[in-house]
Design a protein around this ligand. Structure first.
Ligand code: KG4
Ligand code: ZN
Length: 350
């Protein structure tokens, strides 16, 4: 069953075709990062306009890449929330128009739920995610701990099914990726600098600084770490180490990833679930991947193209709904927020 996924919640316009919710046979992603870089952040109206400009031609390019005809598409899945309203409306309107013109059902899905689903999907010829493990290929990865860290969210959950996500902790202030970007900008890696900071960290020494790490419950707090790195780092510098940006990058990465690692390990111990599926742009991070390499907890990292915002995770999740007969009506709305992923007060930290 071939499902088209459409993702346009922020500054990535991404369309993908996924077979039976597991294998992405083609994907076209246009990242607007370069367009927003001069403003050092995503400009919502510009994002909507660029989605509108690119989405039709990307659909044509996708069909060409896949070598399939539009009549072969069984159904369409589209991101409805959370995200930038104008950007969401472009993808949603395109999905509805296509659904009517092709005479196929469509389903509106949640972007965060799709990030939790991404580990189920692999790219053609890819030995990763579900297929890299000893379990039967295509078997669902449940139950699992789900850990999604992106530019807008940091969420740890117990995931028992594609739509059964029991959230244990979220960020109480800045999101993990957001802080990677802010620290990266401060130490000179431009915007968005998470990946560049990660690369520089490989040449640094993470013993150079002992940055503070928030350790309460399952919720995350990154603002203290951000302030320490940006404004007070001399206070945390160890003797014999230089204040180079590589050393800052390495020490910061260790602290930021440490906050994730300790919560995943605690939840694994408390729940008895020995598997974790990562998602979101920060799941590309080398420190995070190294922290779980070859350990007792089975760690599943999607391909980097499936970690950051992508149409394949939308199509995969959409397949789960469409194949069970769940469709959305043509007046389905978009929402800037998803109630369940709002930042929670720190008193509810576990
Ligand atoms: O999931 P995503 O593509 O978009 C959102 O929904 O936010 O995540 C983007 C975030 C950015 O903050 C980016 O700097 C961060 O993921 N990121 C990384 C790495 N690659 C991307 N952070 C740390 N290490 C990386 N290698
Ligand atoms: Zn995302």
């Amino acid at each position: 069953m071939l499902v088209l996924g459409i993702e346009s919640s922020c500054d990535e316009c991404s369309l993908a075709l996924v077979e039976d919710g597991r294998v992405c046979i083609a994907m076209q992603t246009y990242s607007q990062t370069a367009e927003h870089a001069r403003y050092a952040g995503v400009v919502p109206e510009l994002a909507s306009r660029l989605h509108l400009q690119y989405i039709s031609r990307m659909f044509r390019a996708l069909l060409e890449q896949a070598g399939v005809k539009r009549e072969e598409i069984y159904g369409i899945a589209v991101t409805a929330h959370p995200g930038l309203s104008g950007s969401l409306m472009v993808g949603m309107s395109f999905a509805k128009a296509l659904s009517v013109s092709l005479g196929v059902p469509f389903v509106a899905v949640d972007h965060m739920q799709a990030h939790f689903y991404a580990a189920n999907i692999s790219l053609p010829n890819e030995q990763s995610a579900a297929s890299s493990n000893s379990r039967k290929k295509n078997a669902p990865l449940y139950p699992t701990i789900g850990m999604v860290a992106s530019g807008g969210h940091t969420i740890i959950a117990l995931v028992r099914g594609y739509n059964d996500i029991d959230i244990k902790g979220t960020t109480i202030d800045d999101a993990c990726g957001e802080v990677f970007d802010k620290v990266a900008r401060e130490i000179g890696f431009g915007y968005p600098g998470g990946a560049a900071l990660d690369a520089a960290a490989q040449n640094g020494d993470d013993r150079a600084f002992n940055f503070p790490v928030y350790s309460e419950g399952y919720n995350f707090s990154y603002s203290g770490l951000k302030t320490a790195v940006i404004h007070h780092r001399k206070k945390y510098q160890n003797d014999g180490f230089e204040d180079t940006r590589e050393n800052v990058a390495a020490s910061f990465s260790k602290a930021a990833v440490g906050m994730i690692e300790s919560r995943v390990r605690r939840l694994a111990a408390e729940s008895g679930v020995g598997r974790v599926c990562f998602g979101g742009g920060v799941a590309c991070n080398s420190y995070l991947r190294a922290a779980f390499a070859g350990g007792a907890i089975e760690a599943i990292f999607p391909h980097p193209d499936l970690c950051s915002d992508n149409g394949a995770m939308i199509a995969g999740l959409g397949y789960e709904y469409l194949s069970r007969g769940f469709y959305s009506p043509l007046d389905a709305p978009v929402n800037a927020r998803s109630a369940q992923y709002r930042r929670r007060p720190s008193s509810k930290s576990s």
